[in-house]
Design a protein around this ligand. Sequence first.
Ligand code: SAM
Length: 187
Amino acid sequence: MLEGACSRTDLKEEEYPPSEDTFFLADYICRMRGRRALDVGSGSGYITKILSGNFDLAVGTDLNFGVLRDQSDAYRTENLVCCSGADALHVRFDLIVCNPPYLATDGITHLATDGGAGGFEVPSQILYSISHSLSKEGGRFVLVTTSLSDYARLARYAEHLGFKDVRIVARKKMFFEELLLLEGRLY
Ligand SMILES: C[S@@+](CC[C@H](N)C(=O)[O-])C[C@H]1O[C@@H](n2cnc3c(N)ncnc32)[C@H](O)[C@@H]1O
């Protein structure tokens, strides 16, 4: 495991256990197969573990070195890198998935959940980062967001970055919100 740009000390870096949004993303991606897949914000490793069974190469990244180091044996995989988005990676992936911090928050205190203004700030940084790491031959990203965040702005930003076929591909009703999966491709 590589330890990279993990030097922010002002953040609360709690571990994020597999939750409703994790399972929502897992259900959507669990039948996808291919050569290379990346899980940005790997956290517990739950999603990365699924990808590792279906792709020749599965990589997980997370800004929080502690969560990567402490992944349980049940979800631990081999290729974990501590970095933001895909910033440290110089390989292109067929599939990039991410359950990012997407909550609309005034500031960013909790690394696992706070998405910043409109729930746009952190997810948009991640989208920018992965735009350089997705295969240009139909590579696909799938990103979790919520009806409580400015997901339409996120979709427009994805199009601005050059992603095609950007759309909400799945919805899951929760008590106060709807979880959404935003998908896009690169051609
Ligand atoms: C909501 S949790 C999701 C964890 C796990 N993938 C899941 O679905 O249960 C978000 C994760 O993203 C990580 N994270 C936050 N900002 C990041 C960034 N810019 N690059 C990579 N990981 C980030 C957090 O440390 C946290 O582990």
